[in-house]
Design a protein around this ligand. Structure first.
Ligand SMILES: Nc1ncnc2c1ncn2[C@@H]1O[C@H](COP(=O)(O)OP(=O)(O)OP(=O)(O)O)[C@@H](O)[C@H]1O
Length: 556
């Protein structure tokens, strides 16, 4: 219930569309019931008049029937349009909202989720929310209002007649499907969980197909997929059976309502409290009112998978961003970096990744960060790039804590080439220009030259217009890394951080690229995370980390 209320809260911004959609749907439903009732009344009245040999005014009823028929057809058409407009607006809004909330979470607060899972949340889970409004909220409201309207009309003739028909419609059309659906909470949850699993497994397995085939683990993964699919089908079959039962009950409610109306109405006619055409009208009104309940069984059944999807979205919305962007100070003049007693602890790790480290990096210094794998070098990079904030201690830029500066300001000053740079499925030039779309052709050529890519680009028939493939797959690891270096150089940062820039490069290319980059950054700060001892002689200081602590801060 809590989740449903929270979900409905997300709809608030589109209340106008929602109310309009429900109103149109109600008008179409009532027009249909009215059409049936008026037609029944008219045909019976005409027959009775014919038998009695009297004439009656048939123009007015015929006009009313025609009017109701037009209203019903037009209403259903507009109902579809407005209903879908309302739903699509809602979904687009929720999707944008979720995406906007994901951005500050990435990457640190999302690294436990695989991309397939995130995609499933953004796409399938949000799509399923359509069911809450289009197939649950609106039909339920319309059904209840139809019930009130039909109950009121019948009550004008007779209280027990109204009560009998209402009891059948409520019991068979609403309560029975609701109870049948209540038993489906577990398969409903399974449906959502397994379809998410399936998407995640497929995306994950397809992106890791090579190692799966190479290691022979493919068979195990395929079996996992088959099991997830089997469970999904089981849950769907279960739900489909319940849906069929609910549909049958829905249809039965109309027939039963008709029988009850006749059962209570015939004695009323015999007692002279009702005339024949009115009985036909009451009976057909009861029968057609059941149409408002036809969609409810499916709506109730869809509720549990939808709520499970909603919970998966709330789980993302409720995550705390790893860094809070709340600028309280403008960017300072100075560019000195200073770490004071900085500690960083990853969730689930017993040992802190960085343990009370203090370090000064005056502006213009070129510092190498060295240490064994797992020593904490990339963790320092993550803190300086503000992908995370320390659990204790402070990092200052120009004397001001990084946490008090706008993220955009700090990131303009600090440029990072991460250990695993990401290239987008764009052209080489588009990838390079990401950081600075306005870069001139000369600036682009200079960055390419510094990253040692000039010869590589000149060999490409399409040059800079060459597409790099999905996430840069058509480039070698070393080429992709150099594209990332050129991209950051275009940003022209005051502080440049290079995390293992030499990986994938032969020693000569690495030395040449590093030489050019360091020359370009002369007078500005460079922090170089490296295992390569050859590069150290070009640095001002070498800081050595071991198990999250600084064990040496020396000249090269
Ligand atoms: N996202 C994470 N979640 C949990 N633990 C992490 C995470 N990232 C790093 N760690 C752990 O923190 C410690 C420091 O890792 P870090 O990546 O900073 O080391 P590193 O010195 O850069 O290693 P390498 O040279 O292999 O890149 C390691 O024990 C690592 O397992």
């Amino acid at each position: 219930m809590k989740d449903l209320i929270r979900l409905l809260g997300l709809y608030r911004r589109h209340l106008g569309w929602i109310l309009l959609s429900m109103l149109v749907s109600l008008v179409a439903t009532l027009a249909n019931a009215g059409l049936m009732a008026a037609s029944g009344w008219f045909i019976t009245a005409m027959a009775a008049a014919g038998l009695a040999g009297v004439t009656m005014n048939y123009f007015t009823p015929a006009a009313i029937i025609r009017g109701l028929a037009i209203l019903r057809t037009g209403g259903r058409y507009v109902d579809r349009i407005v209903g879908h407009e309302a739903t699509l607006r809602l979904l687009a809004d929720i999707r944008t909202h979720l995406f906007a909330r994901m951005v500050p979470l990435a990457p640190a607060a999302l690294d436990d989720l695989r991309s397939g899972d995130l995609l499933a949340r953004l796409k399938a889970d949000i799509d399923r929310l359509e069911l809450t409004f289009l197939r649950f909220l609106s039909p339920l409201t319309v059904a209840l209002l139809t019930l009130v309207a039909v109950g009121f009309v019948l009550f004008l003739y007779d209280g027990p007649l109204s009560a009998g028909v209402l009891a059948v419609l409520l019991g068979c059309g609403l309560l029975a499907p609701a109870l049948a659906a209540a038993a489906t909470a577990d398969p409903g949850r399974t449906l959502t969980a397994r379809s998410a699993d399936l998407r995640r497994l497929v995306v994950d397995d397809l992106s890791g197909l090579m190692p799966l085939i190479a290691t022979g683990a493919f068979v195990g993964h395929r079996d996992r997929l088959v099991t997830a699919m089997f469970e999904l089908v089981q849950a769907e079959r279960w739900l489909a059976r319940r849906a069929a039962l609910g549909q049958a009950l829905g249809r039965l409610s109309g027939d039963l309502a008709l029988i009850v109306a006749l059962f209570v109405g015939v004695p009323l006619v015999a007692a002279g409290r009702m005339v024949g055409p009115e009985l036909t009208m009451a009976a057909l009104l009861s029968l057609s009112a059941a149409e408002a309940f036809m969609g409810l069984p499916a709506a109730f059944l869809g509720l549990f998978p939808t709520l499970a999807s909603a919970r998966r979205l709330f789980a993302i919305l409720d995550r705390k961003p790893p860094v809070i962007d709340q600028a309280t100070k403008p960017l300072p003049e100075g560019r000195d970096l200073r770490l004071d007693g900085v500690t960083l602890r990853y969730l689930g790790n017993l040992r802190p990744a960085l343990d009370d480290i203090s370090l000064e990096i005056p502006f213009g210094t070129h510092v190498a960060l060295v240490g064994e794998s797992g020593a904490g070098k990339s963790s320092v990079v993550a803190l300086l790039a503000r992908l995370r904030d320390p659990d204790a201690g402070k990092i200052r830029l120009g004397g001001l804590p990084l946490t008090e500066l706008a993220l955009a300001d700090a990131r303009r000053v600090v440029g990072v080439v991460p250990q695993k740079p990401h290239l987008f499925t764009l052209t080489l030039e588009e990838n390079l220009r990401l950081g600075r779309p306005s870069a001139t052709a000369d600036e682009l050529a200079a960055a390419i030259e510094m990253a040692g890519l000039t010869e590589f680009v000149s060999r490409l028939p399409q040059g800079l217009a060459t597409p790099v493939g999905v996430a840069g797959t058509t480039l070698s690891g070393g080429e992709a890394r150099r594209v990332a270096i050129a991209r950051v150089l275009l940003l022209d940062p005051d502080i440049l951080i290079l995390d293992e820039p030499g990986e994938g490069l032969d020693p000569e290319t690495e030395a040449a690229v590093l030489d050019r980059v360091l020359n370009r950054m002369s007078g500005r700060t460079v922090i170089l995370v490296t295992h390569a001892h050859a590069a150290l002689h070009r640095m001002d200081r070498v800081v050595e980390l071991d198990s999250g602590r600084i064990v040496a801060n020396r000249l090269p």
